[in-house]
Design a protein around this ligand. Structure first.
Ligand SMILES: Cc1cc2nc3c(=O)[nH]c(=O)nc-3n(C[C@H](O)[C@H](O)[C@H](O)COP(=O)(O)O)c2cc1C
Length: 179
């Protein structure tokens, strides 16, 4: 089972990327592929620019990477209560080729932040609109106070309760994706 894991962030030190990568290791027998949003450099979307230049190849590359996966793990960074501009921009371009950006794939939605809120607001938005974009969300987990519960050196969650929750979510993804 091929898992595509990524953060909806273009930060080189993204905590959501660390979380998505770790969550992927909890999926039994998974072949893990990591996607980095920084590899999808796109101009700021506008209908005028689309008319002028068409849709840049990076948007299709993003859809293709999703298309070759059996399941998706995405961890959402929250900027001012919503998506990061980088993710929203990539998503907007990709949606012009196929509104079902997630192509019906089973998905595990995560979010984390250094504060106690755990980026729950952006996670709720992503979850609430998932059906419009072809994401079959099997589980959604928000994790607050990231640096208190995750060791960046080992790349692992250190809090047993959170580890249990994530493990359960990762397993739900596997079982239901295979069924
Ligand atoms: C412009 C900006 C806005 C932010 N807004 C929020 C927010 O609304 N809620 C929140 O929990 N954290 C917010 N943060 C803090 C982020 O959660 C923090 O930078 C986190 O590391 C982002 O995830 P990433 O490291 O995966 O990019 C904000 C950070 C920036 C730079």
């Amino acid at each position: 089972m091929k898992i595509l894991a990524f953060a909806a962030s273009n930060s080189a030190t993204s905590i959501n990327k660390a979380l998505a990568e770790f969550a992927a290791t909890l999926v039994p027998r998974a072949e893990i592929e990591i996607l980095d949003l920084r590899d999808f450099d796109l101009p700021l979307y506008s209908v005028d620019l689309e008319t002028e230049i068409g849709i840049p190849p990076a948007a299709k590359r993003f859809l293709d990477r999703i298309g070759t996966a059996d399941a998706i793990i995405v961890s959402f960074a929250e900027h001012n209560g919503s998506y990061t501009a980088a993710y929203k921009n990539l998503f907007d371009w990709a949606s012009r080729l196929d509104q079902r950006v997630f192509q019906g794939k089973p998905a595990l939605y995560l979010s984390t932040s250094p504060g106690p809120g755990g980026a729950a607001s952006v996670l709720a938005q992503a979850k609430g609109s998932a059906r419009f974009f072809g994401a079959d969300v099997k589980a959604a987990v928000s994790i607050g106070s990231f640096h208190q519960v995750f060791d960046l050196t080992s790349g692992r969650v250190t809090d047993p309760a959170i580890l249990a929750k994530l493990t359960e979510a990762a397993e739900a993804l596997t079982l239901q994706a295979v069924a």
